[in-house]
Design a protein around this ligand. Structure first.
Ligand SMILES: [Fe+2]
Ligand SMILES: [Fe+2]
Length: 297
């Protein structure tokens, strides 16, 4: 699918901006190799009991999600011509994403903080089953909206996971979160351009994706239990999704409430999305009153 010319130009400009902002970094430099030792065949490497509650689930889901890159890449790379700016972006993006699984897995192996046999089996199951992100990507704009929300959610999730770990783990997760932030900015600004070009199409995509959004990793075995542990640890939950994703992006940055030039369908999509976000806000406020403020930042 080719993007309209104006979005192709936007993608080219955002790719160039990304290449200036992205700092080169090396996974091997972040891993405390000196703390490692060989594994025997019967050695599970399971030191997860030493992690704070929820940290094992957050690492598990975060790493398996990064491992699922081939499925994400397939969806994005096959949606655009290879010689387009989006085609070029998809390859650069995938190369950066691959570092994330590399550095997190290397850190986990050296620190023995997850059961590595169970992890490898879960990775094989997930990749072989074929990832279904759960979103209804009706259009290219749907995909861009989903990716905006997903990259920001992943940034927050990795960062907060790092806050539960000792300094080397924290440095790894902070480094990965910094990459996710640049990815988020690329997709967010693509959606801004889509809103200016065709507000009806963009607002309808935002409405669908706000309604259908699921955290990456929702296809992992036992995801519901992991998600509960992740929420209890203060890494990611409904309140974070409202306060740190929907509010700053959909309401404050895309300014969905004041988008102009909408037809009847766009108007009702906007009203639906704003009402839904309002409901998220009320639930988030109730949760805010109940949770431990020290766990969230
Ligand atoms: Fe990533
Ligand atoms: Fe990313």
């Amino acid at each position: 699918m080719s993007l309209p010319e104006v979005l192709e130009d936007t993608a080219r400009g955002l790719l160039e901006r990304h290449l200036v902002r992205a700092k080169e970094w090396f996974p091997h430099q972040l891993v405390p190799w000196g703390a490692g030792r060989d594994f025997s065949p019967s050695d599970l490497g399971d030191e997860a009991g030493q992690l704070p509650p929820g940290a094992a689930s957050a690492l598990w889901v975060g790493l398996l999600t990064e491992d699922n890159l081939p499925h994400y890449f397939h969806v994005i790379a096959t949606a655009f011509p290879p010689d387009s700016a989006m085609g070029e972006w998809s390859r650069r993006w995938a190369a950066e994403e691959q570092r994330h699984a590399t550095v997190i897995r290397d850190w986990v192996c050296v620190t023995r903080t997850l059961d590595l046999m169970a992890l490898e089996r879960a990775r094989m199951r997930q990749l072989c089953s074929g990832f279904r992100p759960g979103q209804k990507a009706h259009t290219v704009t749907d995909g861009l909206v989903y990716l905006t929300l997903q990259e920001l959610a992943t940034r927050i999730s990795h960062w907060n996971t790092g806050e539960l770990l000792e300094p080397t783990g924290q440095a790894v997760l902070r480094r990965v979160a910094a990459d996710e932030n640049l990815h988020f900015l690329f997709y967010r600004d693509m959606v801004s351009a889509a809103l200016a070009l065709d507000p009806d199409d963009a607002v309808m995509a935002i409405d669908r994706q706000v309604s259908a959004f699921e955290m990456p990793g929702s296809g992992i075995d036992g995801f519901a239990q992991h998600a509960a542990a992740i929420a209890a640890a203060g890494v990611y939950d409904f309140g974070v999704h409202y306060e740190q994703v929907l509010l700053p992006v959909v309401i404050n940055h895309w300014r969905i409430e004041t988008v102009e030039g909408l037809g009847a369908e766009g108007e009702s999509a906007r009203d639906r999305a704003v009402a839904r976000i309002g409901r998220f806000k009320r639930v988030a406020e109730r949760m805010d009153a109940q949770r431990d403020p020290a766990k969230f930042r």
